[in-house]
Design a binder for this molecule. Structure first.
Ligand code: PEP
Ligand code: MG
Length: 586
């Protein structure tokens, strides 16, 4: 696109949180901000009536949220609707209630003003939290505040937004209750000023496969309803009222993309097998029940990695054993008889839960995380294992231990597992006594010890996202270390090769489930390094399958051998680029 001349003010840069290309007419949603809230003083005699007004608004807001949850569960999916259960809990939060009541009583102001002050305080506190996921929960708190304000104004906010077909929605920040009211068939793309990769809107955009950009600063002042927009969700660029040259260029690109998708779609029923006939099982990564639906539709061989963190992150208390069991059972039922690898909770480090306070750490990624944390909180571990084991009674599920450094954690986790199994047996609860237990290979020590670990484990999952960060000492979340975070670093390839070889020698299945697995540019190299099972995001499955189907093991091994001879990332990148050019010609 560099060759296209565009005026700077019509081209805005942001961050793509859902890929694809779309064009359409801007529909700008203005958000409720605190200046719109009436602020008035109360007479002492009116304080009780004001609190009663607050209580009935809370009841109305809760009712509206629960109705919305049902509607979203029906229209989009049960797991997307869970956010409204969490929001209903915030509405009923005792601390929120007492703080608002205290402000009304002490400052004698109307409940709207008190509520905005308290909500602002919550949001400021959340903004300070280092964890990106929790910071994004500020959007939920703001949303709850807005909903209670709506109820106070006798507006329950349920009416559907009247958005013209073909619109591109532009907002400061899209709140879950707004997105839930959208007719998605009318909306072609989303553009926001604030929001991040983990915000619910980004998650929703990805599951609906519409392009979305965030980080378009001052979007509301730069874009007006009616402007013609082009959203480039591949490179994170937004064009506002672009000229003919840009329009025709993007029309061509959109045509190419849809032709490409149509071709990809044709491969949905084709087997995942190399040109020379080796079957390469292709699994999906999932973090919520609706991902298992996508995995099913894309004919995944199962779920190679079910990240259980999501269900914990959208709540403000630990999900009960029964809640965990019900969620996982639904996922397992959807894919039965295909296997699901359930990973134990990987929080700690910089992925904190509000209800699981941890001591501050100078180096969170090197501190309590994954299985280390679970072993310190055996009640959390036991509850999760009970839920997993109950699902195992009827479905082929396995247990995956996150952030394993060596045999000690494996033995301790297995001891807890044995204890939980004994308890279930005593209660007469059914489970699979030979449930496979595996480990993430994502700490370099575990990679080095793969053969030892294989003596006490049934399978492995190669987590390259963390392996790269720990091997190269480059924080995966820290942009300033970004240049050093190199999946194609010679040391990374060398370790992948060692792990694949050790797992093969020990006859233990090994699946690669880090982001590297989902990039078709790496597929041939990974096959050559010895990987024979891939687990990728559902939306990446078809491209990876095509890359598998275009590879032969002999050529893949020759490519890997050539890469392993090279001493720097740039040389390996150049080798892959050359290979790509040669393949596209041939
Ligand atoms: C990984 O580390 O590669 C992985 C798959 O786990 P996560 O991204 O959840 O840490
Ligand atoms: Mg990991």
């Amino acid at each position: 696109m560099e060759e296209i001349a565009v005026s700077q003010n019509s081209m805005l840069r942001g961050v793509s949180v859902s890929s694809g290309i779309a064009h359409g007419v801007a529909y700008v949603l203005s958000s409720v901000d605190r200046t719109m809230v009436p602020r008035r003083s109360l007479k002492a005699a009116d304080v009780d009536a004001e609190i009663a007004r607050f209580e009935s608004a809370l009841t109305a807001a809760e009712k509206a949220l629960l109705a919305l949850r049902e509607e979203v569960a029906h229209r989009i999916g049960a797991s997307e609707s869970e956010i409204f259960t969490a929001q209903a809990l915030v509405v009923r939060d005792r601390a929120l209630y007492s703080q608002v009541v205290a402000v009304v009583q002490q400052r004698q102001v109307n409940v709207e003003a008190a509520l905005v002050d308290v909500i602002d305080k919550y949001i400021r506190a959340l903004d300070q939290v280092p964890d990106a996921y929790l910071r994004e929960r500020a959007a939920d708190v703001r949303d709850v505040g807005r909903r209670i304000l709506g109820a106070l104004a006798k507006d329950d906010g349920q009416s559907s937004l009247d958005i013209p077909e073909g619109s591109i929605l532009v907002a400061d920040e899209l709140l879950p209750s707004t997105t839930a009211r959208l007719e998605f068939s009318q909306v072609r793309a989303l553009v926001t000023d604030r929001g991040g990769k983990f915000s619910h809107t980004s998650i929703l955009a990805r599951s609906l496969r519409i392009p979305a950009l965030t980080g378009i600063h001052d979007a509301l002042s730069k874009i007006k309803t009616g402007d013609f927009l082009i959203v480039d969700g591949m490179s994170g660029i937004l064009f506002v009222n672009p000229g003919d040259l840009v329009r025709s260029e993007y029309e061509r690109l959109a045509d190419e993309l849809s032709a490409y998708r149509a071709v990809l779609q044709k491969s949905i029923d084709l087997p995942s097998v190399t040109l020379d006939g080796t079957a390469v099982p292709l699994f999906a990564n999932a973090s919520k029940v609706s991902d298992t639906e996508a995995a099913y539709l894309y004919r995944a061989d199962g779920i190679g990695l079910y990240r259980t963190e999501f269900a914990f992150s959208i709540r403000n208390a630990f999900p009960t054993e029964e809640e965990q069991y019900q969620l996982l059972k639904r996922a397992a039922e959807r894919l039965h008889p295909r296997k699901i690898v359930l990973r134990l909770l990987d929080v700690g480090g910089d992925k904190q839960l509000s209800y699981l306070p941890l001591p501050a750490s100078r180096n969170p990624s090197l501190s309590l995380r994954g299985i280390r944390l679970l072993l310190k909180r055996p009640e959390v571990l036991k509850t999760q294992l009970r839920a997993f084991l109950r699902v195992s009674a009827d479905h082929p599920v396995s247990v995956l231990l996150p952030v394993v450094g060596g045999l000690e954690e494996v033995r301790e986790a297995r001891a807890v597992l044995a204890q939980v199994m004994a308890e279930l047996t005593a209660e007469g609860t059914a489970f699979n006594a030979t449930i496979p237990v595996g480990a993430m290979i994502e700490i370099p020590s575990a990679a080095v010890l793969t053969s030892e670990l294989a003596k006490e484990l049934d399978f492995f999952s190669l987590g390259t996202n963390d392996l790269v960060q720990y091997l190269l000492a480059a924080d995966r979340e820290d942009e300033s270390a970004g240049d050093y975070y190199q999946p194609l670093h010679p040391a990374v390839l060398c370790v992948i090769r060692l792990v694949a070889e050790a797992a093969r020698a020990a006859n233990r299945p090994l699946t690669i489930c880090g982001e590297m697995a989902g990039d078709p540019a790496y597929t041939e190299l990974l096959l050559g390094l010895g990987l024979r099972e891939f687990s990728v995001a559902p939306g990446e499955m078809l491209e990876v399958k095509n890359a598998i189907r275009a590879a032969t093991l002999a050529e893949a091994e020759a490519l890997a051998a050539a890469a392993l001879e090279l001493g720097s990332t740039s040389e390996i990148e150049a080798l892959l680029d050359g290979r790509k050019r040669a393949k596209s010609k041939g």
